[in-house]
Design a protein around this ligand. Structure first.
Ligand code: KG4
Ligand code: ZN
Length: 333
């Protein structure tokens, strides 16, 4: 079964053709980074306009690259939630238009479920049940995934997401957007013991995360040192800050593995590209003697191949939308 998938939830306009949820026939991503870079972050209105400008050529390129036309496609999957509402609406409306004109079924996909599915295309042997650590720009979740469409949240952030905390610290250090990725590069040779940060805990909810205190402490440190006319070593500061965030992710993930008894860990979302997190997760896998799956770097960030993969399993479970499908900025996984 071949699915045409569309993703426009944030700052990438993406389309892909995926066969049987696992085989990527094409995967086209048009990034908007050059358009947002001068503002230091994603400007929602610019994102929506840019999706409108790019969607036709991106979908056409995905169909062409896969060497298919609509007669060879069996369903259209689209990220419907969560995300920037104006951005999501571009993809959802375009997918609806295609569904009307081709009479193909329309499959709504949850963006975070799609991130998890990026592991199905990177690692063909990944199958639920497993524990998922989802670390994106807007969400940080630990989920028990009992089946392809059955997710139970075991822990989540109470405030900022890990990606957001990395992006904001990077911006305070004067790094360009996208901050998380640039901070990772800068900090690669830094001394991660140079600065100490608080290790946040959420009372009574040991699997939940809190990153806003960490973010505030790095911003205060930068602010105080600039007031005193001192300069901090951004390499060491970045390395120490990344360590504090990764420590918290690893600690809760280890606890969730112990409590759930699951022997497989699947990692997903843009922050899964972080070099320190990837190393520490591999180490955790060895220590606990469990399988750890992390997507290939090209599938960590937003893309439509992951939407086509999850769309396949949503279709099999009967999740087919009518033309009243609407985009939603927030939605539980
Ligand atoms: O999943 P994603 O592409 O978009 C959302 O669904 O939010 O995640 C974007 C997040 C951003 O916060 C970005 O800074 C972070 O992923 N990110 C990284 C790295 N690459 C992207 N964070 C740390 N290290 C990286 N190498
Ligand atoms: Zn994402």
């Amino acid at each position: 079964m071949k699915i045409l998938a569309i993703e426009t939830s944030c700052d990438e306009t993406a389309a892909a053709v995926v066969e049987d949820g696992r085989k990527v026939l094409s995967n086209i991503v048009a990034t908007q980074i050059p358009e947002h870079i001068k503002y230091g972050g994603v400007v929602p209105e610019i994102a929506s306009r840019s999706h409108c400008e790019n969607i036709v050529s991106v979908v056409t390129a995905a169909m062409r690259k896969a060497a298919v036309d609509f007669e060879n496609i069996d369903a259209i999957a689209v990220t419907a939630y969560p995300g920037l509402i104006g951005a999501l609406l571009v993809g959802v409306n375009y997918a609806k238009g295609l569904s009307i004109s081709t009479a193909l079924p329309l499959v709504p996909v949850h963006h975070l479920r799609a991130h998890v599915a990026s592991n199905y295309i990177s690692n063909l042997d990944v199958k639920p049940p497993f524990l998922a650590l989802i670390v994106s720009g807007g969400h940080t979740h630990l989920c028990k995934v009992s089946d392809y469409t059955s997710f139970e949240i075991l822990g989540r952030t109470r405030d900022d997401a890990a990606g957001e905390a990395l992006d904001k610290a990077a911006r305070a250090m004067g790094l360009a957007y996208p901050g998380g990725a640039n901070l990772d590069k800068l900090a690669v040779d830094g001394d991660d013991m140079a600065y100490t940060f608080p290790h946040p805990r959420v009372d009574g909810a040991p699997l939940d995360f809190s990153f806003s205190g960490l973010k505030t402490s790095v911003v205060n440190l930068l602010h105080n040192s600039s007031q005193k006319g001192e300069t901090l070593d951004n390499k060491d500061l970045g390395a120490s800050y990344i360590k504090a965030i990764v420590d918290s992710l690893i600690k809760n993930t280890a606890l969730a593995l112990d409590e759930s008894g699951l022997d497989t860990l699947v990692v997903a979302g843009g922050v899964a590209a972080n070099s320190v997190l990837r190393k520490r997760l591999e180490k955790l896998g060895k220590e606990k003697n469990i399988k750890v799956y992390i997507p290939e770097l090209r599938y960590c960030g937003d893309n439509a191949a992951m939407v086509g993969s999850q769309g396949y399993y949503e279709f099999l479970s009967g999740n087919i939308a009518g033309l009243d499908l609407n985009a939603k900025a927030t939605m539980d996984i």
